[in-house]
Design a protein around this ligand. Structure first.
Ligand code: R1X
Length: 246
């Protein structure tokens, strides 16, 4: 197969496992935890590394902000042979029960964005792979700090306009956190027959009753990001050692 046109990566260089994250700098940070880490490409917002963690080959790829751009990344990785994708991201919390610095494992995402509605019919679920959820949650419990698993919501909007986003309804329905890419990841993975999951470090509140000034650049958030990266890497090792599930 020829070069993936947007990621600018040769599919032959891609392993089965990938950690995906929004920020190209975070991809580099994660790659430092790998042995034999190698940068394959940095095209637009998509920065691709490969390497090994405890003997398991994986890619680390940044997907940028927002579902349409992120979906381009997910689609090309899957075309290139990746069959297990874990998003390591940040999100805003809906509850003081899980403040900034906590982790959330997303079991499913509300499709409150535009992209997946151009991919799949209304009512199609954006749902995580249950083995990935279990591996992420079990791994997170092995480290100190809050971790919850449940439904998250994926929006297109970051800075609000004049339209009311029904945060109160999402919160009342038990949604844990809001971010901008998971619905795309889960729907693309389902349509293409691969497995996906996501873990989020909370970096503030999405609920206006709780929100102060947004500052994701704190020690608490940095520690949570470090914890979710280690959790995702451990989860990949668990998944790779349990070949019978696949
Ligand atoms: O998913 C959201 C988006 O990628 C979370 O953080 C970014 C915006 O700051």
């Amino acid at each position: 197969m020829s070069m993936l046109p947007i990621l600018q990566v040769n599919p032959e260089d891609l392993p089965a496992y990938a950690i995906v994250c929004g920020d190209p700098r975070r991809a580099e940070l994660i790659s430092r935890k790998l042995t034999n880490a190698k940068e394959l490409a940095f095209a637009r917002e998509y920065r691709t590394f490969v390497g090994e963690y405890e003997g398991v080959a994986l890619a680390v790829v940044s997907h940028g902000v927002g579902s349409p751009g992120a979906a381009v990344c997910f689609e090309e990785l899957i075309r290139g042979g990746v069959n297990t994708l874990i998003r390591v991201g940040t999100a805003g919390s809906y509850s003081a029960d899980h403040p900034a610095g906590s982790l959330i494992v997303s079991t499913a995402a509300v499709r409150a964005e535009g992209l997946t509605h151009q991919l799949a019919p209304a009512g199609f679920p954006a749902v995580a792979d249950s083995d990935i959820v279990a591996a992420l949650y079990e791994s997170a419990l092995e480290s100190e700090g809050i971790v919850k698993k449940g439904i998250t919501v994926t929006l297109d909007v970051f800075f609000s306009g004049v339209v009311d986003i029904p945060h109160k309804q999402y919160k009342a329905a038990g949604v844990l956190a809001v971010e901008m890419e998971i619905a795309a990841l889960y729907v693309v993975a389902s349509l293409r027959g691969v497995r996906a999951g996501a873990i989020l470090a909370l970096d503030g509140y999405a609920d206006s009753d709780l929100a102060g000034e947004y500052d994701p650049h704190t020690d608490v958030v940095a520690k949570a990001v470090e914890r979710e990266i280690d959790t995702a890497l451990k989860a990949i090792v668990k998944l790779a050692s349990d070949g019978s599930r696949r």
